[in-house]
Design a protein around this ligand. Structure first.
Ligand code: HEC
Ligand code: HEC
Length: 432
């Protein structure tokens, strides 16, 4: 499959050309006038970051109705764990400021801006942009030009990052829901490995994503993100603080330079790294607190199976071959947090990468090749529209019809279902 069929070529629009000109001008200026001065002159000292502090929470869970809701904590947390959950939620909802290290380039100023539907920690309609260049079938993330993730906002207009003209692949990624991620983190690597098939079944193979994990320093099986590009919540938190908000931490201490321009970064990055300062009393920073918030965030609540159509839809789901990838149930291993220990996880994913053919996003990332995508967990689907990695599908039906590659046999079977079976399947998917 030629890459230009699965992604769209960037259009060389006017702002990009202007920005290129600005970049070239600044490079020239630096080469001719500033570079000697920059080397001789000492940089002004950087300021320590001033980051929001929160009073401790009372050790009691928030009032709750009878039924679990989206955004609730995991059931069975201790009082201390509940307080940790609420503390981390504060940080997740905080709006970062320049004095606290926001930027110089970033995508939004708080986690909750992108993760809020239908409650803090949920999905959202905001997309981020990735770019790169594919030549002779080899993907180049254009890291020296600021790739593969674009930061679209900045603390000063001169820093504005653009998709560089060198890019011939541009892909959008939709914000995913974070409900139940502690349970997904607690699934042992072995469980995920067991889902890989030696010989294709219904056209499906699957492969694990192997990740050099920043938080543990180990090679682990990736499970988070559209490409299964992170293995632990602490690493994802550090990655998101850096790449979505421009906040450096002990795990990710190096700022992103706008389109790779180190001089511009040096000039505008006035807060000392790491900006997420570790509290000397606890040894923890915002990345730790936010990771705990996500770890203790409950799974999407399942709807009671009181609808006969939804019950029938469960067998349509099995018979259509959806469950080959969207594996309904996995188990967590033994865990020192009892709320996460040996629990059922009704995630509807094998957490593997699959060659999705034309649905692939054209970006290679870690183990994931240009057409590989992680099986999206389907739990909580009723609250996570729009669907698919770039949010192109407004409905579940559109999402299924875009399946290709390893999922083609299953998609074709879906297309042959009766109207009634399709409705049963959708009813079932809206209840999980
Ligand atoms: C600009 C919007 C934006 C902001 C701000 C943002 N995220 Fe995200 N988040 C996304 C997108 C888009 C994805 C999917 C990215 C991918 O897979 O490439 C994502 C994915 C994730 C995932 C993986 C979820 C899964 O399904 O496996 C985690 C965890 C996460 N974000 C945590 C955070 C945290 C913590 C913060 C704040 C420090 C944050 N995000 C801020 C947009 C955002
Ligand atoms: C070969 C494995 C495979 C099979 C079989 C498969 N899927 Fe998927 N599914 C995926 C992957 C991978 C994604 C993420 C694709 C993307 O966005 O790029 C996905 C995404 C989805 C989504 C969108 C989820 C979201 O949060 O955006 C829905 C809905 C879905 N699948 C339903 C189904 C149904 C129903 C079937 C059976 C008819 C099915 N899938 C069969 C692998 C599979």
């Amino acid at each position: 499959m030629p890459v230009n069929e699965i992604t769209h070529l960037r259009d060389s629009s006017q702002p990009n050309l202007v920005m290129k000109a600005i970049r070239i001008t600044s490079y020239l200026a630096l080469a001719t006038t500033c570079s000697i001065a920059l080397h001789v002159m000492a940089q002004p000292p950087k300021h320590p970051s001033h980051r929001p502090q929160h009073p401790p929470h009372p050790h009691s869970p928030p009032p709750n109705g009878m039924r679990p809701q989206f955004g609730d904590a995991l059931p069975g947390l201790t009082k201390a764990q509940m307080a940790t959950f609420l503390d981390g939620k504060d940080d997740f909802e905080d709006t970062e400021t320049e004095a606290g290290g926001l930027g110089p380039i970033f995508n939004r100023s708080s986690c909750v801006t992108c993760h809020n539907a239908p409650a803090t920690g949920g999905a959202g309609p905001i997309n981020v942009t990735r770019f790169g260049r594919t030549e002779n079938g080899v993907f180049n993330p254009l890291a020296t030009l600021g790739g593969s993730l674009q930061q679209e906002l900045e603390i000063n207009a001169v820093l504005h990052e653009v998709v560089p003209p060198e890019a011939n692949v541009v892909a959008h990624r939709n914000s995913t829901p974070l409900f139940g991620l502690g349970l997904i983190e607690a699934i042992p690597d072995q469980e995920i490995l067991r889902n890989v098939r030696r010989t294709p079944f219904d056209g499906v193979l699957g492969k694990v994503s192997k990740v050099a994990d920043a938080a543990t320093g180990k090679t682990l099986i990736g499970r988070f993100g559209w490409k299964a590009q992170q293995a632990t919540l602490l690493s994802f938190a550090g990655d998101a603080y850096l790449n979505e908000m421009g906040i450096t931490s002990r795990l990710f201490p190096v700022e992103n330079a706008p389109n790779g321009n180190a001089q511009l970064l040096e000039q505008y990055d006035t807060v000392a790294d790491p900006e997420d300062v570790v509290d000397p009393a606890t040894g923890r920073g915002d990345i730790d607190r936010v990771a705990d918030f996500m770890r203790f965030l409950g799974a999407p609540p399942r709807m009671p199976p009181n609808n006969p159509a939804a019950a029938a839809g469960r067998s349509v789901f099995q018979n259509t071959g959806c469950a080959v990838c969207h594996v309904p149930l996995m188990m967590t291993g033994p865990n020192k947090i009892s709320a996460l220990s040996q629990k059922e996880v009704w995630l509807f994913s094998d957490l593997l990468l699959h060659d999705m053919g034309t649905l692939g996003d054209g970006i290679a990332q870690g183990t994931a090749d240009v057409r590989d995508m992680r099986t999206a967990p389907l739990w909580g689907l009723r609250a996570s529209a729009p669907y698919l990695h770039d949010g192109r599908a407004q409905t579940v039906d559109e999402a299924i019809k875009a399946h290709d590659g390893e999922a083609k046999a299953s998609k074709d079977r879906y297309l042959r279902l009766s109207k009634q079976q399709v409705q049963q399947l959708i009813d079932f998917l809206m209840s999980i």
